[in-house]
Design a protein around this ligand. Structure first.
Ligand code: NDP
Ligand code: 8X3
Length: 257
C-alpha cells in the first residue's frame, strides 16, 4: 500500500537534479536518504530540509562506482529511516568532449562506471528494501543523449543509451510487483553538469547563455508528478526539453544573443 510519507533515496543529492528533487519532495512530506561523494553538502541539505519541513532525513557519503560504498549507504539509510520506497538513481556525469579515438581511459571509465555500473549497483542494493516495503518506484535519470548521439559525446551517449536499456529491462523484470519504473530523460539543463564536463566555468556558462534552459526544479517536478499518479499508472519514459531546444542534441537551439 502507498505510504502517506514515502521514504525516498536519492543519489547525487549534493547538486543539480538530485538536490532539487530532495527540496521538492521534502516539501511534499517525503522522508529522505541523501547521498553523494561530497558529504558536507548532503549533510547540510539534510539538516536544512528536516528543520524546514519536519521530515526525517539521512545523509551519507557514497561513491556509486564502488559496490561496498553503495551497499553500506543504502543499508545505513534504510535502517536509519526504517525502510525504503522510492529510489532516484540520479548520480552521473559527463567527462570531457572527446572523439572516440581520442578519449582518455580516465574519462571513459568515469562515465561508464558512474552512469551505468553505478546505477545498477544502486538499484541492486536498494531493491530488496523496496520489495520489503511493499510499494515502490524506481527512477532512472536518462538523457536525450540516450535517444540521439553527437560528436564528442560518444561514450556519454553510450552510457545514457545504456540507462535506457536498464530501465526497460527492469520494467520487464518487475512486472507483476507493486513497483513502478520510470526514466526521466532531460535535455540541456543548467546544473553543475557542464562545469564538471568542461572544467571551465566560462565555457559551461556560455552553453546556457541566451536560452531559457531547464533547471533542476523542472526535473524534480517531473519526478514528483510521475510518483504521485495513481498506482496503476506507470510513466515509462519522459523526454523533457526546454522550449528553446528543438532537437535531442544542441543542433537546434534557439539562442538569443
Ligand atoms: P550535477 O553535476 O549538478 O550533479 C551530479 C550529481 O551526481 C552530484 O550530486 C554529484 O555529487 C553526483 N555524483 C557524480 N558522480 C558520483 C559518484 N561516483 N558517486 C556518487 N555521486 C556522484 O549534474 P546534474 O544534476 O545535471 O546530473 C544528474 C544526472 O542527470 C546525471 O546522471 C546526468 O547525466 C543527468 N543529466 C543531466 C543533464 C544536464 O544537462 N544537466 C541532462 C540529462 C541528464 P558528488 O560530486 O558530490 O559526488
Ligand atoms: C545531458 C544532455 O545534451 O549535454 O545529458 O548530452 S547533453
Amino acid at each position: 500500500m502507498r505510504p502517506e510519507h514515502p521514504i525516498v533515496l536519492i543519489t547525487g543529492a549534493s547538486a543539480g537534479f538530485g538536490e532539487a528533487t530532495a527540496r521538492l519532495l521534502a516539501g511534499q512530506g517525503c522522508h529522505l536518504i541523501l547521498g553523494a561523494r561530497r558529504l558536507e553538502r548532503v549533510q547540510a541539505l539534510a539538516k536544512e530540509l528536516a528543520a524546514k519541513h519536519g521530515v526525517r532525513t539521512f545523509a551519507g557519503a557514497v561513491d556509486t562506482r564502488d559496490t561496498a560504498s553503495v551497499n553500506a549507504f543504502v543499508a545505513a539509510g534504510a535502517v536509519a529511516l526504517g525502510g525504503l520506497h522510492v529510489v532516484v538513481a540520479n548520480a552521473g556525469l559527463a567527462s570531457g568532449l572527446h572523439k572516440l579515438w581520442e578519449i582518455p581511459d580516465e574519462d571513459m571509465e568515469a562515465m561508464l562506471r558512474t552512469n551505468v555500473e553505478g546505477v545498477v549497483k544502486t538499484i541492486r542494493a536498494a531493491l530488496p528494501e523496496v520489495r520489503q516495503s511493499g510499494w515502490g518506484h524506481i527512477f532512472f535519470i536518462g538523457s536525450t543523449a540516450g535517444h540521439a548521439t553527437y560528436e564528442g559525446g560518444g561514450v556519454y551517449c553510450a552510457s545514457k543509451h545504456g540507462v535506457k536499456a536498464l530501465a526497460q529491462t527492469l520494467r520487464l523484470e518487475l512486472c507483476g510487483e507493486p513497483i513502478r519504473v520510470t526514466s526521466v530523460d532531460p535535455g540541456m539543463a543548467e546544473t553543475e553538469f557542464s562545469l564538471v564536463r568542461l572544467k571551465d566555468e566560462a565555457k559551461a556558462k556560455a552553453l546556457y547563455t541566451g536560452i531559457e534552459a531547464l533547471q533542476g526544479a523542472d526535473i524534480a517536478e517531473c519526478i514528483r508528478w510521475a510518483m504521485t499518479l495513481p498506482d496503476h499508472v506507470n510513466i515509462d519514459e519522459l523526454i523533457v526539453k526546454s522550449r528553446d531546444q528543438a532537437s535531442h542534441t544542441m543542433a537546434r537551439v534557439n539562442r538569443r544573443g
